[in-house]
Design a protein around this ligand. Structure first.
Ligand SMILES: NC(=O)c1ccc[n+]([C@@H]2O[C@H](COP(=O)([O-])OP(=O)(O)OC[C@H]3O[C@@H](n4cnc5c(N)ncnc54)[C@H](O)[C@@H]3O)[C@@H](O)[C@H]2O)c1
Length: 283
């Protein structure tokens, strides 16, 4: 620790943990919250996780998404990305949330928002992207349909309570049915039913696919590199706190990315710049 100048944190869950350490006085060196940069979470979490999560499920199961009822738990940037992409492939998308604002956003984005105890009865495919634990648990497994597919793309393999699922289907009642797909034979009111878990409940896009395409990770890693440079430029003046990525870095990465994509945008005229920063005209 004494030799560490600073760290840069990539993930949503990592930033949450490091903020908790700061609040507890346990953080020993400065951290830059790379995840919170707009050019990271608005793109990597939304378009990267959105695509690669479905890619992992499709590669592992070869399931047809069109017409399926897909339940997404969590409507952060990851959940928004997965939901919109699932809808684009013809699925009926249900969203489960605990935050009223995010739930309202999902409703107005046109998704069906229901509590998990209801979605559990109806869903064909369940995807957790919350950063939380036990989002899918015994009370949900109990009412799921035969053949329900469960996958997690949020950070950590406890979003689905696999310990309990393992207790509900132990020994020969638990078996690998395809690479990256495990079947749990669970006793239901009408006899046994199968619950399928993809990639051991670990991040499905990394476990069963290739993670995000480079075309979105480039912005995340540009944030990492430029944040590390910024830390050095501060010459040891930073405190053991969680710092945001400076807005100039975000803007520069957006500019570079657009440039690399061959996309041009407009610039403000001097009159527009003055108008947008004044209070004397148009009020
Ligand atoms: N698979 C990947 O490659 C990848 C990429 C980026 C982020 N992540 C991870 O995905 C997770 C989500 O990231 P994010 O940026 O969308 O986070 P976020 O914090 O913006 O969103 C998470 C959402 O889940 C909701 N939530 C929490 N507990 C819930 C519960 N029990 N039921 C329903 N909803 C619940 C929260 O209210 C929140 O709206 C994090 O753990 C993050 O580290 C994974």
């Amino acid at each position: 620790v004494p030799e560490v100048i600073a760290g840069t944190e990539e993930t949503t869950t990592g930033v949450i943990r490091l903020r908790a350490m700061e609040n507890d006085g346990a953080l020993r060196f400065p951290i830059v919250a790379v995840n919170d940069a707009d050019t990271k979470h608005m793109f990597d979490n939304r378009y990267g996780t959105g695509q690669s999560t479905l890619d992992g499920i499709i590669r592992a199961t070869n399931v047809l998404l069109a017409g399926k009822k897909i339940v997404i738990a969590g409507y952060g940037y990851c959940g928004k990305g997965v939901s919109s992409r699932a809808r684009g492939m013809g699925a009926q998308v249900y969203v489960c949330e605990v935050d009223p604002l995010r739930a309202l956003e999902a409703v107005m984005d046109g998704f069906r928002v229901v509590p998990m105890h209801q979605a559990a009865r109806e869903g064909d495919i369940f995807i957790t992207v919350t950063g939380d634990r036990d989002v899918l648990r015994r009370e949900h497994f109990d009412v799921m349909k035969d053949g329900a597919i469960l996958a997690n793309s949020g950070h950590f393999d406890i979003e689905i309570d696999l310990k309990t699922l393992g207790e509900m289907a132990s020994g020969e009642r638990r078996r690998a049915v395809r690479p990256f797909v495990e079947e749990f034979l669970v006793a239901g009111p009408d006899g046994d039913k199968r619950i399928l878990v993809v990639a051991e409940g670990r991040l499905v896009n990394l476990g069963a696919a290739e993670g995000h395409p480079a075309a979105v990770m480039d912005m995340s890693f540009a944030n990492q590199a430029l944040a590390a440079e910024w830390v050095l430029q501060q010459g040891g003046t930073l405190e053991p706190r969680v710092y945001p990525v400076p807005p100039d870095i975000d803007r520069e990465i957006s500019r570079l990315k657009l440039d690399s994509m061959g996309v041009e945008i407009d610039t403000l005229t001097p009159e527009q710049r003055e108008y947008l920063s004044s209070w004397t005209v148009g009020t």
